[in-house]
Ligand binder design. Structure first.
Ligand code: PLP
Length: 403
């Protein structure tokens, strides 16, 4: 894998912050976008913009074909059985809200949902919103000192009122890769539906929803070198068919009259209104980028960066790392002594290094760890050892000022 060739596809990596060259280590929040994706967006606006699924005219059909091409690419990327199982949303957050609203329609007072303490707010708050109308109980799986889920406790949380188990594939704070296949299997042994939040797995790991046997799998394009405004809900066909629509409007109907409306077949039943077809079309170029680079190559490179940087980080006095599972993604959360994470992030920014600070939309996890937040550095395929060195030497400069 030729990293320099890869970097050339991302013009932002050439820019500076103040006097310093940008070292972008905030990939968990959003990854950068290669030129092929940007070109595809411009090309669509320049040559193929017409509303999808509505016109017999040539341009509309081209736009529709481009959108539907991406649906097939996504189906193949996650090894779904059928493109009817691929619903486009605005992102992971909307996909989870869709499931909470539509699948959640069947929940009854007294039902129980299992979550984990490492969930992103996107996989907590939509379930809490259900509690405004229904007396649904949320039960939470804990972690051990390495940041791994307590699977024995997970097993013990199931009972005859459990209706859903939902968990992240990879923690956006700890980097832990959870044993999701086993967790789905345990849920199914109890006759419980299982959903995986794949927002942090889809850019790094090969995903086979049929092998995982999950009922739902959700993720966002913008974390996968793709455009913003596009997400995916995968759902097993028979479950999606049994769910009521999420939003009403154009695109999602068969026939509308004032005496009643019938709904479109999958996947359109869940895609009310004009979709973000420009970005959806461009998302296929991001999948091309990942597949041409090779997920195995990406994973290997990021793993090397993780090992290399973790070892150097551990040598800096006062640094504490959160998340030390042996099976983890290239995410490094840490604090420097008692220093506030914002101060560390602010000073790193002065040296050109972009990291994320704060609670990372995982406040319950922060509470569990007994801290207000962390500094988080995360890698993508275009990051280099030289950048890791700049990050480490910058921290070596900063740490003594803060301790
Ligand atoms: N789930 C996880 C694990 C995440 O890391 C994120 C974003 O950081 C989300 C959900 C929400 O994704 P989005 O903001 O793209 O909807």
């Amino acid at each position: 894998m030729d990293i320099e060739q890869i970097r050339k596809q991302f013009p932002i990596l050439e820019r500076s912050v103040g006097e310093k060259r940008l070292v972008y280590l905030d990939n968990t929040a959003t990854s950068q976008t290669p030129e092929s994706v940007v070109r595809s967006i411009v090309d669509m606006y320049d040559h193929h913009k017409a509303n999808v699924h509505r016109g017999v005219h040539t341009v509309s059909q081209e736009a529709t074909d481009m959108q539907e091409h991406t649906r097939r690419r996504v189906r193949d990327y996650i090894h779904a059985e059928s493109e009817e199982e691929i619903i486009f949303t605005r992102g992971t957050t909307e996909a989870i809200n869709l499931v909470a609203s539509s699948f959640g329609d069947r929940f009854r007072d007294g039902d129980e949902i299992i979550l984990t303490v490492m969930e992103h707010h996107a996989n907590i708050v939509p379930w809490q919103l259900i509690q405004r109308h229904k007396d649904v109980k949320i039960r939470v799986v804990d972690i051990n000192e390495r940041g791994e889920l307590d699977i024995e406790q997970y097993k013990s949380l199931f009972n005859d009122r459990t209706v859903l188990a939902t968990f992240t594939h990879v923690s956006n704070v700890l980097g832990t890769v959870n044993p999701v296949k086993e967790m789905v299997q345990i849920a199914h042994e109890h006759g419980v539906t299982a959903m995986i939040d794949g927002a942090q797995a889809s850019p790094h790991l090969s995903i086979d929803v049929q092998d995982l046997d999950c009922d739902f799998y959700v993720f966002s394009s913008h974390k996968m070198y793709g455009p913003t405004g596009v997400g995916v809900l995968y759902g097993k066909k028979e479950i999606l068919e049994s769910m009521p629509p999420y939003q009403g409007g154009g695109e999602m109907i068969k026939h509308v009259s004032f005496s009643g409306t019938t709904f479109a077949d999958l996947p359109f039943k869940f895609e009310a209104g004009t979709p973000d077809f420009v970005d959806i079309a461009a998302f296929s170029k991001a999948l091309d980028f990942i597949e041409e680079t090779g997920l195995d190559n990406i994973r290997r490179h990021e793993e090397e960066l993780l090992q290399y940087t973790t070892a150097k980080l551990m040598e800096i006095p006062g640094v504490k790392i959160y998340g030390t599972a042996p099976h983890k993604s290239a995410v490094l959360s840490f604090n420097v002594g008692e220093a506030h994470n914002y101060d560390v992030g602010f000073l790193l920014d002065k040296l050109g290094v972009a990291v994320r600070t704060g609670h990372h939309c995982a406040q319950p996890l922060m509470e569990r760890l007994g801290i207000p937040g962390t500094v988080r550095a995360s890698f993508a395929v275009y990051n280099t050892k030289e950048e890791a060195d700049i990050f480490i030497s910058s921290l070596n400069r900063i740490a003594p000022m803060l301790l």
